[in-house]
Write a protein that binds this ligand. Structure first.
Ligand SMILES: C[S@@+](CC[C@H](N)C(=O)[O-])C[C@H]1O[C@@H](n2cnc3c(N)ncnc32)[C@H](O)[C@@H]1O
Length: 268
């Protein structure tokens, strides 16, 4: 019998990318080769049979793009500090650990409790209970090192009134740090088909142009979509993914879904 899954509505969404990575790992040709995700899926007592392929596989491409942000950061700063805010059951540390970095994975209490059934802290890897909407976690970020903050598929679940003060606060607290997160345009937020969703949570925050976030102290360094993934990254994907990615990327809705790397540049 696997571990029981008893998560809140937004927390349960972590199962979509987890299952996507596990399915991808079991393919003959895989994007992420995330066999650890497959082991975790096997260790859960949960019925994944209703999950739909486009949602789960889109999250594989998204994870690969975020991995690219981390790889590039580590190429410049191999001893850097990475914090994944809303990590879910992400296995990114296992995929990218270079033996030197320091990593913090943070999520809400029920998620971290489940995560601890599969993952343990080490001297360079720790987990912490916390909300990205609060500030108590700021003390855990080691600003004596180069810092990369990640928050993948988290902020979208909150309304703009909650998200924008958080962005302003983070950019002010972590001037000079990099911050990667995804944004979804109005078309995508309004076009969600709730009756066919894998899990009940839905997106609320719409951002049509990541450059608009400059007003909260975030300067766009890189921004991609499914239509325009980083060329060097997509070149290494299996042919089916390169084709599928182009097809999915043609839908007007998904064109507005962007994967962004910002620099925190608070106004002086
Ligand atoms: C769609 S999942 C993404 C998980 C992970 N980032 C990934 O891509 O595999 C959304 C995650 O946001 C987390 N979450 C929800 N509210 C949060 C909050 N206020 N602070 C931090 N994490 C939160 C959930 O527990 C869940 O793990």
């Amino acid at each position: 019998m696997g571990e029981a899954v008893d998560l809140g509505k937004v927390q349960e969404t972590l199962l979509i990318p987890l299952y996507g990575r596990a399915r991808d790992a079991r393919r003959k040709r895989s994007v992420l080769h995330d066999t650890r995700a497959a082991e975790i899926v096997d260790g859960l007592d949960y019925d994944f049979s209703t999950f739909r392929l486009p949602n789960t596989h889109g999250s594989v491409w998204r994870a690969a793009i975020f991995d690219g942000f981390v790889r590039d950061f580590l190429a410049d700063h191999p001893d850097g500090f990475v914090a994944d805010l809303g990590c879910g059951l992400s296995t990114r540390f296992d995929r990218l650990d270079n033996g030197r970095l320091t990593w913090l994975d943070m999520d809400l209490a029920d998620t971290i409790e489940l995560r601890r059934k599969f993952v343990s802290d080490t001297d360079r890897y720790t987990m912490r209970v916390g909300s990205i909407l609060d500030t108590d976690w700021y003390e855990a970020i080691d600003m004596s090192k180069p810092v990369l903050l990640l928050s993948e598929a988290v902020l979208l679940y909150f309304p703009s009134e909650q998200v924008t003060p958080v962005l302003q606060s983070i950019s002010t607290a972590f001037g000079g740090a990099l911050f990667a997160f995804d944004t979804a345009g109005t078309l995508m937020v309004q076009g969600q088909d709730r009756s066919h969703r894998d899990v009940p949570a839905q997106f609320y925050w719409a951002c049509d142009d990541p450059a608009d976030l400059q007003r909260y102290g975030l300067t766009v360094k890189e921004s991609y979509s499914f239509t325009e993934p980083p060329a060097d990254l997509a070149r290494g994907w299996p042919l089916l993914d390169r084709l599928g990615n182009k097809v999915v990327g043609r839908f007007p809705m998904s064109k507005t879904y962007r994967f962004n790397l910002f620099e925190c540049t608070p106004a002086r």
